[in-house]
Each structure stands twice: as structure tokens, then as C-alpha cells.
Design a protein around this ligand. Sequence first.
Ligand code: SAH
Ligand code: SF4
Length: 350
Amino acid sequence: MSGPYDLRRDQLAALLAGEPSYRVDQVWEGLWEQGRRPAEMTSLPRAVRARLEEGLPPALQRVSQSRADRGATVKWLWALADGARIETVLMRYPGRATVCVSSQAGCALGCTFCATGQGGFSRHLTAGEIVEQVVAARREAAPARLSNVVFMGMGEPLANYDRVWAAIVSLHDRLGLSARHLTVSTVGVVPGIRRLAAEELPVNLAVSLHAANDALRDRLVPLNRRYPLSLLVETCRQYLAAKGRRLSFEWALISGVNDRPGDAAELSDIARPLGAHVNLIPLNPTPGFLARGTPPAGVRAFRDRLLELGVNATVRRNRGTDIDAACGQLAARHAAGGGPHAATRRSMPN
Ligand code: SAH
Ligand code: SF4
């Protein structure tokens, strides 16, 4: 499986064998600087374009595009060459834009409250399939600058480490995105965090915590049974020591489950010593999980409790809920066969 953004320059040159070498530069710039598909490279001779359209089809075919928040949020559903489906979300802010990319088609880690997790795993994305999502979003965002990339779409980026890292290097070296504007979100793949800590580019790390005791976290995030909190927290500490980047914790507030004063106290015991920032977001509804998101007043109360305890906490605005583009809602619902198992609605697992 590979697309135009999986190709190295020498491979592109091989594809254009027989053409003058400036054609290679022209196509390379068309792809990376202008974000064009070969079919749109109108300055190329028709025969060259045809050859590229044949030999270098886009990795992502648009199935649908939806808008919310008066056009500020755009979600795409893409079909990959083998039929797998993924989603990408663009979020515009005044003067800039952030794209939320998928790193896998589906996810194998099965967090109970997450639509992607409920649908199971299809496959890893290639680096080029990840990069192409960013290129598409950058075009849509223009004239605003696409400045930030967050790996918070479908999939667990650190379970697809090599391809995700190759994508990050391309985003940095070829698309000119700064490492401090790239954020990898993980549910706690400890070996992956260790590898990240050893890399040269200091990207931001977001850890999806959701519970600050093992009994509750085991139920929400099955991976916690493999990498329990004490190990995860120690690994976060090592990441901070190695990188000096801001660490953030994601916390989806679930009514009556992890939004009580005791939960805030437990969370602060973990977050405060690390100087971690906590991003709060009310749980988004998903087909397979019955519990509800904490209502707005409860969200504010939880945030205020954290602030009182000396923890930096902000409530994240919930973008694109009405088009199922918000965190954890991505499920490629139009999937032909394979899609999420929408049939079984679970209540809180015990
Ligand atoms: N696998 C990675 C990144 C993708 S999930 C991870 O889990 O961090 C992106 C974010 O959405 C994570 O913080 C995840 O916990 C959160 N999320 C998943 N389901 C959600 C839901 N139903 N409501 C709110 N946030 C959710
Ligand atoms: Fe996978 Fe992240 Fe969803 Fe968990 S929350 S199932 S790790 S995508």
C-alpha cells in the first residue's frame, strides 16, 4: 500500500524515467509545496500527467465531506486504495487551523467509550496516507495557515510507531511544520512513549488518562491492565525529563464515573507533580457506550476543583459533534462491510 506521499524523490525520478530532470522537481514541488494531485498539475505535458495519474494515484479518495460550526469544522471520510475507510477533521480558529489525523483504520485497543475502539481494527496507515490527510487539510484551510497537527483521529499512533514517526519527519522537513505544533496523543503505550523520548524532534505528548486509579482505568481503557498507572506516570516523567515539552492529560468527563471530587483529587495527585496540563472534554456520545457526558455545570465544577488543587486545566471546546467529528466519534460509519459494531450498546462495564 503506498501513495504519492510514500514515494521518495529517487522513486519519483524512476517513475519519470526518460523525462528531463526538472520534471522531477516540478512534480515534487507540486506534491509537497502546492499540495496538488498529478491531475491538477496543468503545467505538465498531457502525456506526463497521464503517466502520473496512472502510476501515482492519490492514496485518499474522498467519500464524503461534512461541515459544522458554520464551516469552521470540516470532516472528511476517505476510502483508501484497499477499501479501508478513515476520517480526518479540520478545525479552523481565527488566523490558523489544526488538523486531527487518523493513524490507523480502526483501533485494536478497545477503549469502551470510543467509537473507533468499538469498531475494531482494520490496518495501520502508511506514512504517506497520514501525510496526505494533512496536505488535503492544508489546502482546505487556505488562506489560513495550517499550523497544528494532532494525532487524535482514528487509531493509536504509538501502536503504529514507525509509520507515524516517518510521517512526523515529513511534516517537519517537507511541509515545514514545527515540532512544537505536532501533538501525539496516546492512551498509554509505554514502549512508544519511551521511543518518542529518544527522538530528536521534540513533539508534544498528550496522554489520554480518563481515570487516575487502576480499578476504574482498567474498565475504561483495557490497555491499562498491561501498562498500569504507576508505570505510565513514571514513563511520562521520563518523557518530560528528556524533552522539556508540555505534557497534557486528556480527560473525557463521564457523568457519575470520573467527574466526582474524589476523581479530581486523584487526578491532581498525578498531574501536579508533573506540571501537566489537563484538557477536559465532556464525553461525546457513541453508539456502544451508555454512560453520558458530564453536563456543562459539572464540567466547570470539575475544572474549578482542579484549579483549586493547583492543576492547570482547561475545558476543550467540543467541535463538530453534530457531524460526529468530535473526539472519539470517528467511526467511518459509511463503511461498506466491516464498520463499527453499532448493534451492542454497552452500559458501563463492571
Ligand atoms: N488513540 C489515541 C488517539 C486517538 S483518540 C488516544 O486514545 O489518545 C483521541 C482522543 O479522543 C483521546 O483522548 C480519546 O481518549 C478521546 N476519546 C475517545 N472517545 C471519546 C469520547 N466518546 N468522548 C470524548 N473523547 C473521546
Ligand atoms: Fe483506540 Fe484511542 Fe479510541 Fe482507545 S481512545 S480505542 S486507543 S482510538
